[in-house]
Design a protein around this ligand. Structure first.
Ligand code: AHG
Ligand code: MN
Ligand code: MN
Ligand code: MN
Length: 336
């Protein structure tokens, strides 16, 4: 039986087309894919393997870590630290930069990752995911530090996510468009199922956590009020709303059928001195790269996210992304 192209074959063929490819990047992506398969296995077995519930610890974000937050982080490190492709790693679940242990060779790439995105959903069996971003390590970084990670989103070499949903999917960009792969559990391989994913420029579907409404700034309040006014309002059409509380699932829905996702800055966050809820280096930047490569837009409100110069490893930013014409409308509301 002829099976579809595997992600391994797809990546190799894509890298062969890019000049000077050494195979190192291909091997790095394959190690990341292995980590996502292992995390998928843990997520799918959940309570059967005692993987649910709280780890009883707190991360640098001040969040109570789920067991699967910690387990997914460990899996990612174990799959990626030994092969000699990475100079260092940074994760939502680790305070500081993770140095490659001295017994392993170092490579020329850096990786930032959110090992389990949407972890508040894991105990209630709603889709969660993994997000990753690959950067080049600035030259000669013997002991890479935080500064080496503080690169604008435009510097990303690749970005992707795994979505542990009804099926496990992996969506990837290396700067030549976006392609989606579905895990065939029978053979343990990701098979290409969604080539050249593209976000419709228009949408009538928005995603926001409406419980924060009283804290929003006026441009966001204006946009959402217009959506809620539907046919009787200035948009002249009814809108639909979604909120899954797993960014990976929201972004995947937008890649599949369009939409706009908003986690805007609000007065609550400002009171806490935070720049937003979502983290720039391992949520906003990788998702922005993917969304832009699929023809969408991704902004903080007034600015393009991928142009931001990061200032700290766990920096938070506002995120408004999705169908280009809606994102451009929201950006106009912020700059008028
Ligand atoms: P994480 O589970 O990695 O900490 O990320 C959760 C994020 C994002 O996935 C989601 O869109 C958002 O937090 C949900 O926030 P609320 O729970 O405030 O709705
Ligand atoms: Mn978290
Ligand atoms: Mn997350
Ligand atoms: Mn997370």
């Amino acid at each position: 039986m002829e099976h579809g192209t595997t992600i391994t074959q797809f990546i190799s063929e894509e890298q062969r087309r890019s000049a000077g490819a050494t195979g190192e990047f291909t091997a790095l992506l394959n190690d990341i894919v292995t980590a996502c398969k292992m995390i998928s296995n843990q997520v799918n077995h959940g309570a059967l393997v005692g993987a649910l519930g709280s780890a009883g610890s707190e991360n640098v974000q001040g969040e109570t870590q789920k067991k699967l937050d910690v387990l997914s982080n460990e899996i990612f490190i174990q799959c990626n630290e030994w092969a000699g492709h990475l100079a260092a790693m940074a994760s939502e679940e680790m305070d500081d930069v993770y140095q490659i242990p001295s017994e392993y060779p170092r490579g020329k790439y850096l990786i930032t990752f959110d090992p389990l995105d949407g972890s508040s959903n894991i105990d209630v069996n709603v889709s969660v995911g993994t997000i990753f971003s690959i950067l080049r390590c600035p030259g000669g970084a013997e002991q890479p530090g935080v500064r080496d990670f503080l690169q604008a989103g435009t510097q990303q070499v690749a970005a992707g996510y795994a979505l542990y949903g009804p099926s496990t999917m992996l969506v990837l960009t290396t700067g030549n468009g976006v392609n989606g792969f579905t895990l065939d559990q029978n053979i343990g391989e990701f098979i290409i199922t969604h080539p050249s994913m593209s976000i419709p420029a228009d949408t009538r579907e928005f995603a926001i956590n409406a419980s924060n409404m009283r804290f929003w700034e006026s441009p966001v309040k204006r946009y959402v009020d217009e959506c809620l006014a539907g046919k009787e309002g200035p948009r002249g059409e009814d809108f639909n709303m979604r909120w899954i509380a797993s960014m990976v699932a929201e972004v995947h829905r937008i890649l599949t059928r369009g939409g706009v996702f908003l986690y805007p800055l609000d007065s609550k966050m400002k009171d806490k001195g935070q720049g937003g809820k979502l983290r720039l280096l391992y949520e906003a930047n990788p998702m922005s790269f993917i969304v832009e490569q699929a023809g969408g837009g991704s902004i903080t409100g007034a600015e393009r996210i991928m142009d931001l110069q990061p200032e700290s490893l766990h920096q938070r930013v506002p995120v408004i992304l999705g169908s280009r014409n809606e994102v451009e409308r929201i950006q106009r509301y912020h700059t008028e």
